[in-house]
Design a protein around this ligand. Structure first.
Ligand code: PAF
Length: 284
């Protein structure tokens, strides 16, 4: 596996391989790999001739007081895991080369960013879109693979790609869970043993919501009040949002439909965790 650390070098690598008629898939990440990332890499490898994983803790998607400085990092372990997955290139730039100062440009997707994490984390998706746009411009992948755990991120990136006429197919991958249901996330590393137990309230809420739907409940307010009660039984869990939205527009709904997405963000201690489910899908 080749490790590339500058935008100029990854851009010329991409030009060279496209000229040889090869296709490229990209998995954008912030590192500290877990099984969820490894599954994205496997999917990326199956899609194209060559796969690139980017590893960059993108400073401009973190707000003031968020966890940029303590975001978990372990480059040697990540490099070895990516290599074991058969990835061709690990692109790991420094912030200074990605954003030669001052970085004045941001890409903003409106409407889809109005609720959920977009409401809680002002500017977050501008930072995500800007870095993903830069990665697409540098690497020009035919495919880019993202996890569904960050459902809003996936929707926003798909819209950016379509609005800006990029020739890249955005491929999504199901949420990968621990055996007890907790959605895998690099931020799970922050959890103490007792917080790890509390964190199960997110996947429990999802299972309860899906059961309510199977039993015929269609009123969102009733569902959300039941879920809030369940989460509130542990006072180290603080709901940041808990919403039913349309899975396409991400606008809140009052009645559950086949297009309903339940999404939640819960703070457990100082750790913010997210999860979601399309309530009628039977795969999760
Ligand atoms: O999902 C992430 O890890 C990040 O938001 C991404 C897409 C790599 C952009 O920094």
């Amino acid at each position: 596996m080749k490790i590339i650390s500058t935008p100029a070098e990854i851009a010329s690598w991409s030009v060279e391989h496209h000229a040889a008629g090869e296709t490229i898939s990209l998995v954008p990440t912030m590192g500290f790999f877990h099984e969820g990332h490894l599954q994205l890499m496997r999917q990326a490898r199956a899609l194209a001739d060559l796969s690139v994983v980017s590893l960059f803790v993108n400073p401009i998607q973190f707000g003031p007081g968020e966890d940029l400085d303590r975001y978990p990092r372990d480059f040697p372990r990540d490099a070895s895991l990516a290599e074991q997955e058969g990835v061709e290139v690990l692109f790991a730039p420094e912030a200074g080369t990605m954003y030669p100062a001052p970085a004045l440009t941001r890409i903003q997707v409106s409407q889809l960013t109005e609720y959920l994490c977009g409401a809680d984390r002002p500017g977050h998706f501008d930072g995500v879109c800007t870095v993903v746009a830069k990665l697409f411009n540098l690497i020009k992948p035919e495919y880019a693979v993202f996890g569904r755990k960050d459902y809003q991120q996936l929707a926003v990136i798909r819209r950016m790609v379509s609005d800006l006429n990029w020739d890249v197919l955005v491929v999504d991958h199901p949420i990968v869970r621990e055996t007890d249901g907790l959605a895998m996330s690099s931020r799970n590393k922050y959890l103490s043993i007792s917080e790890r137990q509390t964190a199960l309230c997110l996947s429990r809420a999802i299972r309860l919501a899906r059961r309510m739907v199977r039993e015929g409940l269609r009123d969102c307010a009733e569902m959300l009040s039941g879920l809030k009660k369940m989460i509130a039984t542990d006072d180290s869990a603080r709901i940041e949002y808990l919403m039913v939205v349309d899975k396409g527009s991400l606008i809140p709904q009052s009645i559950i439909t086949p297009d309903s997405l339940l999404a939640l963000a819960v703070r457990v201690g100082s750790t913010r965790l997210i999860d979601n489910t399309v309530l009628f899908d039977d795969e999760e």
